[in-house]
Design a binder for this molecule. Structure first.
Ligand SMILES: Nc1ncnc2c1ncn2[C@@H]1O[C@H](COP(=O)(O)OP(=O)(O)O)[C@@H](O)[C@H]1O
Ligand SMILES: [Mg+2]
Length: 480
């Protein structure tokens, strides 16, 4: 069973296909050629032999009529010629008169007997009949003996001449040729099979080489890149494979970086708490006020830890549930009003003016929770990274396809070299400042993910010291 499966598997391989193809191309034409040539040789030889005998027989028939052989069957020259014909062609000649009596039989078996056969009768009516019996291997012909000298209008048929000759010599030739052709063909076939097997193995080699290289890469022993340049195809596949490998490496690197960032970020509040707790216990009898103050600090650190974990959870949820957006029709104007109402206390605390401008009512198919998270983050950033007495303008607009949110602030701005990093997880332009105001560095990563999940786009423009503009574009109808 396994053996059969192995054979079937082999037959499915490129190598087997190539070998079979070569063999077919190499052997089938030669078989067809041999069979065709031999057949046409056989047919041609028989037809040449037939016409040869026919013309000989006709000449003889004329002489028979001329010498009135039917009445004088002891004519020596005619008998001699009949015998000659019969020996040369290894056959039998019979002369039959108009009473169906056999006047002459070169085999001397049936002389004097009567013969009534279809051919004889037909020939009496003037037909020339030639027949090849391929099974018993002889040519048979019967021709009328016509008295052409007759003065009368009508030609007179005096009798019939029947000749049957063996085609053994032709068959002998045929067999000889056939054997020779077969031997040559067998030699060719073996050479073709031999060459096919070698060539098949050769042609498939680059693919095997590739498979081995991939194995090496997988087990970590090979070079980092595949390079099998034997064929254009293998070269292309290798390039594609290397591209994929590169992308996987980048992914792996970013995953590792993320994990180490997460650990670090989660550890920071814990370290602070540990320091606070240790120092207060080592103090012995400290006043209650001091305890209270330290406990408050520890509480703040716990809040911070919770915030980081919550942000991380939001981010992970978005990665995982990329397909499962909970889309409903949401009135964006109302949603923004709510967000602003919630952020107003923070803005007031920093004396930042918060303004919402809606050009038209907008309702869109979005995931309300995720979009709220995204917009809150943008507006919160605009408030947090602002100056005293600054302002934040939030603008909502739409066309027939998208709605557009613009969050503009008069804040500290983002340095140009940081612009390409701000969407990275845990990235903050000024770590200590962000920490002071309770940032985790995950906000913009969450925002960007949410926007992209809605097939939207986000763009940032910023001038350091002057302010920042975030533009967001989201389709009104969700495209799944
Ligand atoms: N409106 C803004 N003005 C200036 N800097 C900003 C603004 N928004 C974001 N940034 C910068 O981008 C960084 C990343 O933002 P974000 O991912 O929301 O993290 P954070 O938790 O620090 O707010 C911030 O630390 C800040 O340096
Ligand atoms: Mg933020």
């Amino acid at each position: 069973m396994t053996k059969l499966k192995r054979i079937l598997d082999f037959l499915k391989s490129l190598k087997a296909r190539l070998i079979i193809l070569f063999i077919l191309i190499g052997i089938v034409p030669s078989i067809l050629l041999r069979v065709g040539m031999l057949n046409s040789y056989g047919n041609r030889a028989v037809s040449i032999r037939t016409s040869e005998i026919l013309s000989q027989a006709k000449i003889l028939a004329n002489k028979i009529v001329f010498h009135d052989y039917l009445n004088q069957s002891d004519s020596i020259p005619i008998n001699a010629q009949l015998e000659q014909l019969s020996t040369i062609y290894d056959g039998r000649v019979m002369i039959i008169d108009d009473a169906f009596h056999i006047v002459k039989d070169t085999y001397r078996l049936d002389e004097g007997k009567t013969i009534v056969s279809e051919e004889v009768i037909k020939s009496y009516y003037g037909e020339e009949i030639t027949k090849y019996d391929s099974e018993n291997r002889y040519i048979e012909l019967s021709i009328p003996l016509v008295n052409a000298n007759s003065e009368e209008e009508e030609e007179q048929i005096l009798g019939v001449m029947m000749v049957s000759v063996s085609t053994d010599s032709i068959n002998l030739n045929y067999e000889y040729l056939s054997t020779n052709a077969m031997v040559i063909e067998l030699i060719c076939a073996f050479s073709v099979i031999f060459i096919s097997v070698i060539l098949g193995a050769r042609l498939v080699k680059p693919f095997q080489k590739m498979s081995v290289s991939i194995d090496m890469v997988q087990t970590g022993y090979g070079e980092d890149a595949l390079a099998v340049n034997d064929y254009t195809e293998t070269k292309t596949i290798c390039e594609k494979f290397n591209g994929m490998l590169g992308r996987m490496k980048v992914l792996d690197d970013s995953r590792q970086e993320f994990v180490s960032n997460v650990s670090h970020e989660l550890k920071t509040p814990l370290t602070s708490m540990k320091v606070l707790a240790d120092s207060i216990t080592s103090m012995g009898d400290a006043p209650v006020e001091l305890y209270k103050e330290f406990m408050e600090d520890i509480g703040n650190e716990i809040d911070r830890e919770t915030k980081i974990i919550n942000d991380l959870l939001s981010l992970v949820k978005m990665d995982k549930a990329a397909k499962s957006l909970n889309v409903t029709n949401v009135k964006i104007n109302e949603l923004l009003e709510q967000i602003l109402k919630r952020l107003k206390p923070i803005a007031d605390k920093q004396n930042v003016e918060l303004v919402l401008e809606s050009f038209r009512p907008v309702s869109a198919d979005v995931d309300e929770v995720k979009i709220t998270l995204a917009f809150t983050n943008l507006i919160e950033n605009a408030i947090k990274y602002n100056k005293e007495e600054g302002w934040v303008h939030v603008t909502l607009n739409a066309d027939h396809q998208y709605f557009y949110l613009k969050v503009e602030d008069s804040g500290i701005g983002i340095p140009e070299e940081s612009l390409e990093h701000i969407y990275e997880r845990f990235y903050r332009v000024d770590k200590s400042h962000s920490r002071e105001i309770g940032g985790t560095g995950l906000g913009l990563a969450i925002t960007r993910n949410a926007v992209l999940m809605h097939r939207g786009a986000i763009k940032v423009f910023s001038t350091e010291g002057e302010g920042t503009i975030f533009n967001v574009r989201i389709p009104l109808k969700y495209i799944s």
